[in-house]
Design a protein around this ligand. Structure first.
Ligand code: GUN
Ligand code: FE
Length: 445
């Protein structure tokens, strides 16, 4: 009989669509030796008992306690690793001032690789402890530090997508923190691709290099062009910020006489492997472009409260069949937890629907049909992010990567239905309740 490398017995919640979840009260989640879910065996299936016994005999069975639930690991679709020391700082400043006064001076410090190692080792462990099994990271301009981030991911067992940040526009970046030229920005990006490929020879948990123009204002046309060429040459993911705020949206209009998204598109950066953060100021024209070119949006609801100047209409975006996931945007967002971002996604969507100006009549105040459910927000944190990164994960089903978290429900009073349990898990889980985390079948918490 077939033996699995690990079998987890317990209850689970998994997304099945943008609006629905599936609850399984008891099943065997059977992992193979390459870190995928090979089978999910329901309590009623004929070989449940024999598979369980075999796993017990091989000492590969993990049985969950009542009150514990398996969920897919979360995917942070937009996070700035170097900004972790600033989480929560200066969020009252407008975006450009926040960048100049707080963010660029901190990022410049990653010239020092020891500093980078200290912060990145701490951050990767913190994210795993919060149930984040995959992260799409912005690094800094410094490749030695970016490599330290990749090594931290490998050391602690997280799937990282990592970008060397390109920012060569002397008018929008400080002398002490910029790529010396477009050529340098592009060459260093290509060097980082090679360095990661070399590092990947030493590990099963591959780290993926990402083409990372910081955003249109930070880059020159020449670097945007060169980075678009690299994305095509290596067929790699792309990440940037797009129409993130009134200021950023206005920058492209003023300097290129084009919309932000069209500028990125003109340089070949809006591919089906592109993930654009925020997009709070995208219009219908941009949605069409994203939809046609299969560009994903990383929705960062906490960050958007501070810098977005609007609420991303998630429901409208999904109706355009635009791939959408969830990001923390550390440190535009203060929290490393995707649970917190799930909550904020729901709350912001409700404010969008009802509106916020109490001097307006109810029918004038908001945008009808904008509220999303917590199930939709859960979808964003799991399957939505996985699709954006072309990863077979985010769902508990055969053929999917075994990226999982086991969470416990503490407040178990008056919890009558599976939906009650699910809602409490989404609203109340802190890292204390996240008891086990697996990436590619390997236990990392
Ligand atoms: N736009 C360009 N850089 C950044 C950044 O570091 N954070 C956020 N939120 N937006 C940006
Ligand atoms: Fe960001």
């Amino acid at each position: 009989m077939h033996s699995f490398s690990k079998v987890i017995e317990g209850a689970s919640f998994s997304p099945v669509s943008q609006t629905d979840i599936r609850y399984q009260p008891q099943q065997l989640i059977c992992l193979d030796s390459s870190g995928y879910i090979a089978r999910v065996i329901e309590r009623t299936e004929a070989d449940y008992a024999t598979v369980k016994q075999a796993a017990q005999a091989n000492d590969t069975l993990t049985t969950l306690q009542p009150g514990q639930y398996v969920l897919p690991g979360f995917i942070d679709l937009h996070i700035h690793a170097p900004q972790w020391p600033n989480a929560g700082l200066a969020l009252d400043r407008p975006l450009n001032e926040w960048l100049d006064t707080y963010t660029f001076p901190l990022e410049a410090k990653y010239q020092d690789v020891d500093f980078a190692k200290t912060v990145y080792n701490n951050l990767v462990q913190e994210l795993l402890a919060n149930g984040t099994t995959t992260a799409l990271y912005f690094g800094t301009i410094h490749n030695a530090a970016n490599l330290a981030l990749a090594k931290a991911c490998i050391k602690y067992g997280q799937r990282g997508f990592i970008g060397k940040v390109a920012m060569d526009n002397p008018e929008q970046t400080p002398d002490y923190y910029q790529d010396a030229s477009a050529q340098v920005a592009v060459d260093q990006t290509e060097q980082f691709i090679q360095q990661l490929n070399d590092l990947n020879q030493t590990t099963d948990l591959k780290q993926t290099p990402v083409i990372t123009p910081r955003f249109v204002p930070s880059c020159t046309p020449a670097s945007l062009q060169g980075l678009g060429d690299l994305a095509r040459k290596y067929d790699l993911p792309v990440q940037s910020h797009c129409s993130e705020s009134d200021w950023e949206n206005g920058y492209a209009l003023e300097h290129y006489h084009m919309r932000d998204a069209d500028v990125l598109d003109q340089y070949g950066l809006l591919t089906d492997k592109a993930v654009m953060a925020h997009g709070t100021q995208l219009n219908e024209h941009d949605y069409e472009l994203f939809s046609n070119q299969q560009v994903a949006i990383a929705h960062c609801p906490i960050s958007n409260v501070y810098f977005g100047n609007a609420v991303l209409p998630v429901k409208r975006v999904l109706a355009h069949h635009i791939k959408t996931g969830l990001g923390t945007d550390i440190s535009g967002g203060y929290s490393p937890s995707l649970y917190q971002n799930i909550r904020q996604a729901v709350m912001s969507s409700r404010l969008l629907q009802d509106g916020v100006d109490n001097q307006q009549s109810a029918d004038q105040r908001g945008v009808v049909d904008s509220a999303i459910s917590v199930k939709t927000a859960f979808y964003l944190a799991t399957l939505g992010g996985a699709e954006s990164l072309h990863l077979q994960t985010g769902k508990i089903a055969p053929g999917y990567l075994a990226d999982l978290q086991v969470v416990s429900l503490q407040n178990d009073f008056h919890t009558e239905t599976a939906d009650n349990v699910f809602e409490k898990l989404m609203y109340q889980t802190t890292k204390n309740e996240i008891e086990q985390v697996y990436v590619r079948g390997k236990r990392v918490k």
